[in-house]
Structures are given as structure tokens and as C-alpha cells.
Design a binder for this molecule. Sequence first.
Ligand SMILES: Cc1ncc(COP(=O)(O)O)c(C=O)c1O
Length: 364
Amino acid sequence: MTGALLKHVREHFRTMEGYVSAGMEMTKDDTKIFLNANENPFELPGLEGLNRYPEPQPAALLEAFAKTYGVESDQIVITRGADEAIAILIRVFCEPHKDSVILNPPTFGIYGVDSRAQPANVIEVPLLKTQGTYLLDADGIIKAAKNPKNGVKLVFLCSPNNPTGTSFSHETISEICEALEGHAVVVLDETYAEFAEVGSMTADLETTPNLIILRTLSKSYAFAGMRIGCMIAADTDFISLVRAKALETYPLTRLSVEAAFHVLSPQIREIAHQNIKKLLDERDRMQAALEKSDQVITIYPSDANFLLVEMKDAHGFYEYAKTHNVILRDFSAKPGTENCIRLSIGTPDENDTVLKLLQDFSKT
Ligand SMILES: Cc1ncc(COP(=O)(O)O)c(C=O)c1O
């Protein structure tokens, strides 16, 4: 499927020439002599291979990603985490001072920061808080995105959502995509998908032309330090455009690419999957223990590796934990998460420390 996303891309990206880097001509062919990139031929001991620039999008890693996510390799752009994909998408789709994005707060802060940096206009359609959980306001999103006065190019959806932990139904997301076909592009951030029972929507990409999905190795594969993620879309012309014109020249370091192969090997993947189970068990244990505390008002249902906890005095507990060297995330002053902290699930020992602190805080 081609063209469905491309037509929403800013005009000059479609017409300009991309940079052809020396790295694009790189192959693993040992019989060739590469004197095209002003590299230093004298390798340093222990740092062999690092004298050479890396391949911008290594074909073998694209294949490994395609296998991991059940898509084709020409539907993927590998990025420095989902973060970089978010920044690229805003840059490629939003005309500064003219186009808009739709966000559904409370949600991941970077969408707003990157949009305002462009600057793109930010239209907020808040999540609906109902019966102890959060829901997408599908009608509100569709209405705002279809209003021609708003000039909406991108709709960011995050499922499971950070910081609420909520998974949104695939039906609702499909309904939004379908209603906006021809009007706007939907970016579904699935950074936490591996922790959720509902899983990913990558299988829907073929039938959902205006959908782009973001994935990352940061969370479920414990790889945040290496900065590897990707965007996936069915429109392969769009994917080619991003690779050719919107990426930094050599975005992925040789070390991170090498490590990514290791992470995606069958042995390491198996361990990563076992660790996801461990994390989910710990999340359940923490939930049950936190519910017993007289400080806790509500724990929102979470499909991710964190809990959003409404407390009698969230800010007070955040400060108390901080003075005892435990850093939580304070959402108490943010609209939609009043009196909440977000607690990442740690090791059993780390989690026990939080529970003990909560007990002590309760007595203060
Ligand atoms: C919803 C969401 N998207 C993207 C990211 C960034 O992920 P990455 O490490 O892949 O850049 C985060 C990080 O916390 C996140 O919560």
C-alpha cells in the first residue's frame, strides 16, 4: 500500500533531494576497499570496526525487527527510541505555525513538547475519566480532527497510555483511524504493548492506511540505554521518504546495532519474555499491597510496567520518598492526574522499599 501517508507529508519533503551518505554504499563485502567517507583506516585496539561509520538502516536489523513485529522490513524505520520517531513525524507532517496535532491528556509529555518546538498547534481532547479508569473521547477526537479550521495533521494515541497505564480498545482506535482516513494521520504509540494482554495493532496496519505504529526495545527488552525503537507503517513510499530525507545521517551507532541483534536473538528474547512475566507478577503484588494502605485512594488499572496511584497526599509521599533516596514521578499537580504519583515497577527489593516507606509515611 503506497501513498496514503505520503500525501499528508509537507510539500517540500516530497520534492527535495535527500542526502546520499557514504554509509548507504556500505556493504559487508571484504573484497572492497572503502575510501569514500574520510574514515581513519587505523583501528584502535579494543575498538575494532568503530573507525567506520555505521549503516544508516542495517538490512539485517530491519529483518530482525520485521520478524519481531510481524511486518515487512520495508514498512519499518529504525530510530533512536520511539522518542526520535515522535520528533521526526512532527517535523515531516506539521507545517510550522500552521498545522495542528491532537493529544489526549493525561498522556506522554514529549508529544506536546516536540509539537510546541516545531511549532505546531496543540489541540487537547482530554481522556474521559469514568468508573475508575480512562477512556479515549473518540467522538471528540474525530470532531476536532475533521474541523477544517483546526488544520489537524497528526493524532497521537498512546496505548497502553503513559502515565495512566490504560489500554484502549482496538475497536475504538480503528474507529478513529477509519473516520480520519484522508483527513489526518494517526500515530499509535505502543511503547508498552508487550505488557498488555490486548497486544499490538501491527496486524491491522495493512487495512489501516493512515496508521503509524511506534515500538521500542526500551521497556520490554530492557534496552533503554541503547536507544533503539522504530516506526512502522504500511505505506512503503512514506517509509522510504523518511529513511532518505528525515533521518540524521548516521542515527544508529555500531554498538547499539550490534547489541540490538543480541537482544533480538532467540535466547535473549526468551529471557526478556520471562522478565515481562516477572514484572507483571510484581505489579500485581504491588497493587495488592498498595490497596491495603490507608494513604492510597485509587490505583488505576494498568497494562504497563507502572502504576498510577491516587493518594491522600501524593506530593507529600513523593517528597518523603525522595528524602529516602527513592525517586518516584509526581503527577499530583497535572490536570487529570490530581493527587497521583506514578510508580515504575522495580525489583522485588526496590518495591519492598517503597512499601516500607509508605508504611512509615503513614505514621508521620
Ligand atoms: C509513551 C512513551 N512513548 C515513548 C517513550 C520513549 O521511548 P524510547 O525509550 O523508545 O524513546 C516513552 C518513555 O517513557 C513513553 O512512555
